[in-house]
Design a protein around this ligand. Structure first.
Ligand SMILES: [Zn+2]
Length: 450
């Protein structure tokens, strides 16, 4: 799959047609074969897996169907962190000699010690080939000019640019520079594609407008790849960014502990095509650990199928997602991530009802009389949780605030089941995010999240 000649790939519909359009049965066969081999590799190479699986009485040789993965114990971020500290510097989930490791990415460390994700040379090539395949499905082509505004650093998003380069696009490694500088680079080189967070795409577009640049008329961006926040899978958020830029927005999903992007949108934008030949997915009820039926919301659990340096077997991501395995209109047959509805850590429970900030975002972005910015404040008043949603009215709104307030509260109640107080603010009151937005203030704990 790697090392293909992209110079003649200009007209093809798929990066790897044989792989991407195979039947669901063929996917299952391929995944089982990869899983069996990968678990053997993990058992033989990683002291951690050998010890824990022996203690649990499970062995790779017992795996005869994909469902047999459920016999194996979960791992999570705290285990990665603990094992890395116990066996520095890379931990004992490492399943290859350290001399075979050529690259590490690391998580941002916002929740504690950053954990390193090691790659062998082969792991790295496999990953970049996958990024090229994914970019191709989103319509990026060799005649595009792709501006990458992430640093090539410990952050796993950095090297994703190499996928665009492998595909044959002209890649502009802009790095993280101030917005004015980035706009100048986009303008000078007439970039046709960029990668950013949804919040930053919005911020950058507004910054351009404030400088008298109309992103639709004065810039040549046609494709915006977004990742890092739930907003990208919310159609209302994408629609607003698309209207601001006159460009098409594609949502991507990645994990610092595995890959830069594990899934991304094709031109149909009906869910994110999953890297099914690299990562096996499960969706579980976070409380019971039981599997959730296809289409239902639950916590995403991942098992790598190829990444040999540090196999991840049943890694609990903390992300609440849903999937479909129906064939996409683009002809690709891989399962699709229908949305990242939020992180378990971000889920708010208000009077017994679960609500994610992304639920509120979808409603706020759909209402033309609002700017789309929002903030949630949760507090406990007389032993009861009270949610207040702050939204901004649009600049040209002429009606009564009270009407807007009632309308929004009613929509919120009917969509989420939560009764909330709604505050209508003047336009431009809420702080604009430049990276990952913090939109929840939980006064019960004093923590800012999501
Ligand atoms: Zn598709």
């Amino acid at each position: 799959m790697s090392g293909r000649d992209t110079s003649t790939a200009g007209e093809r519909a798929y990066w790897d047609a044989e792989l991407e359009t195979r039947s669901r049965d063929d996917w299952a066969r391929l995944k089982l074969e990869l899983l069996q081999r990968h678990l053997q590799h993990a058992y033989q190479g990683s002291p951690y897996y050998r010890t824990v699986w022996d203690a649990a009485g499970v062995h790779p040789g017992q795996v005869r169907t994909l469902d047999d993965i459920r016999r194996f114990p979960f791992i999570d971020k705290s285990i990665l962190r603990e094992r890395q500290l116990a066996v520095p510097p890379l931990g004992d989930l490492l399943a290859v000699p350290e001399r075979d490791v050529v690259y590490i990415s690391a998580s941002s460390g916002s929740t504690g010690v950053p954990t390193a994700s090691p790659f062998t040379a082969r792991d790295f090539d496999d990953w970049i080939d996958y990024e090229a395949r994914q970019f191709w499905s989103s319509g990026l082509r060799p005649d595009d000019r792709y501006c990458h505004s992430l640093n090539f650093s410990l952050f796993v998003g950095g090297p994703c640019v190499l996928g665009a380069q492998k595909l044959g696009a002209l890649c502009i490694h802009a790095g993280t520079v101030p917005s004015e500088r980035l706009l100048a680079i986009i303008r000078q080189f007439q970039a046709t594609a960029i990668w950013t967070t949804p919040s930053y795409a919005w911020y950058l577009g507004e910054t351009a407008q404030k400088e008298g640049i109309d992103p639709r008329r004065d810039l040549s961006i046609k494709r915006i790849f977004v990742a890092g926040e739930p907003g990208g899978s919310i159609p209302e958020t994408r629609n607003r960014i698309e209207a601001l830029w006159g460009a098409s927005v594609y949502d991507y999903y990645g994990l610092s502990d595995i890959f830069g992007a594990c899934a991304g949108m094709c031109e149909e934008k009906n869910g994110l095509h999953w890297a099914e030949d690299h990562i096996l997915t499960e969706v579980i009820d976070p409380d019971t650990g039981e599997q959730v039926a296809e289409g239902g919301r639950g916590e995403l659990v991942l098992t790598t199928l190829k990444k040999s340096a540090r196999p991840m077997v049943r890694f609990r991501t903390g992300d609440i997602v849903s999937f479909t395995s129906e064939r996409c209109a683009c002809g690709r047959t891989s399962e699709r991530l229908l949305g990242v509805h939020g992180r378990l850590d971000d889920m708010l429970i208000i009077k017994g009802v679960n609500i994610f900030p992304s639920d509120v975002e979808a409603i706020a972005r759909k209402e033309p009389n609002l700017t789309g910015e929002y903030r949630l404040v949760v507090e406990r008043i007389n032993h009861l949780d009270q949610l207040t949603v702050e939204v901004e009215k649009a600049a040209g709104f002429q009606g009564a605030d009270a009407d807007l307030q009632h309308h929004f509260a009613r929509r919120l109640k009917s969509v989420t089941g939560v009764t909330a107080a709604v505050n209508i603010l003047a336009p431009d009151t809420l702080p604009r995010a430049t990276h990952k937005a913090k939109r929840v203030e939980d006064r019960r704990t004093g923590v800012w999240t999501a």
